[in-house]
Design a protein around this ligand. Structure first.
Ligand SMILES: CCc1cc2c(cc1OS(N)(=O)=O)CC[C@@H]1[C@@H]2CC[C@]2(C)[C@@H](O)CC[C@@H]12
Ligand SMILES: [Zn+2]
Length: 261
């Protein structure tokens, strides 16, 4: 079941609407966040990340990104508060990045992109029985977006970049237990929030986005490690370096972006 979409010239974001018409929908992601136009909302409380008993299981290359999956059989790792009506269960996290020295984040801030963007994906297990069901519901998913800025080495990101060579090719996976993504958070959790979508096909409009204002800092060397990954499988003769796996900002349409205090 090879996905027939990618990030190339022929199969990239500008072509996705052919197979996925919702690409031109009313709540698509990512967007360009304009801080001065975000509505400061006093009813928006802080977000809480309860990842203490979190259990990562594996790390995999799905042909579009590198994904760390979690055991989501109970509420041991959840995000709650902020715009959320109930806790959402941690399911996976993955990254989007650019080419050497280029931008690679999906959301931009006043037109400026970051080197990369981390997505921590959670689903509404209170209202929906499966992740797949939640992924098609308007309040089904909550994705925490964290910008990665180029600078000094990030001491904990090494835990991930050091194992990327083991999942170089599409379809490869390996054990990755005991990783707690709390170590990838910036010092403060101020955020913007808006209603959006998956940023890759099938582009379901099922995501409550929570984008942190403060980026984390990672080195160019660490960013470069992501680029040893391949879009292609080991058996394919054509090597395709995994980079620029980001969708550009989409029209805001009738939405407003809210800001935490
Ligand atoms: C929000 C993170 C997420 C979830 C999914 C995708 C992509 C995603 O990344 S992103 N960048 O956060 O939007 C693409 C594949 C989707 C999946 C949600 C669940 C499915 C829709 C499955 O039911 C079948 C295809 C899956
Ligand atoms: Zn993503």
């Amino acid at each position: 079941t090879g996905d027939h979409w990618g990030y190339g010239k022929e199969d990239g974001p500008s072509a996705w609407h052919r197979h996925y018409p919702v690409a031109k929908g009313s709540r698509q992601s990512p967007i360009d966040i304009i801080p001065d136009e975000a509505r400061r909302d006093s009813s928006l409380g802080p977000i809480f990340l309860k990842y203490d008993r979190c259990t990562s299981l594996s790390i995999a290359n799905n042909g579009h990104s590198v994904v760390v999956e979690f055991d989501d059989s109970d509420d041991r790792s959840v995000i709650q508060g902020g715009p959320l009506d109930n806790p959402y269960r941690l399911k996976q996290f993955h990254f989007h990045w650019g080419g050497k020295g280029c931008e690679g984040s999906e959301h931009t801030v006043a037109g400026v992109g970051y080197a990369s963007e981390l997505h921590l994906v959670h689903w509404n297990a209170v209202k929906y029985t499966t992740y797949e069901d939640a992924a098609t519901a308007p309040d089904g998913l909550a994705v925490l977006g964290i910008f990665l800025e180029q600078g000094d080495d990030h001491r904990w990101l090494h835990t991930i970049t050091d194992v990327l060579y083991m999942v170089k090719f599409k379809g490869s996976a390996t054990n990755f237990k005991g990783f707690n993504p709390k170590c990838l958070l910036p010092s403060n959790l101020h955020y913007w929030t808006y209603l959006g979508s998956l940023t890759t096909p099938p582009l379901h409009e099922s995501v409550i986005w929570i984008v942190l204002k403060e980026p984390i800092v990672v080195s160019e060397k660490q960013l470069g490690m992501f680029r040893i990954l391949q879009f292609s499988g080991e058996e394919e003769d054509q090597r395709m370096r995994m980079e620029n796996n980001f969708r550009p900002p989409q029209p805001l349409k009738e939405r407003i972006v809210r800001s935490s205090n």
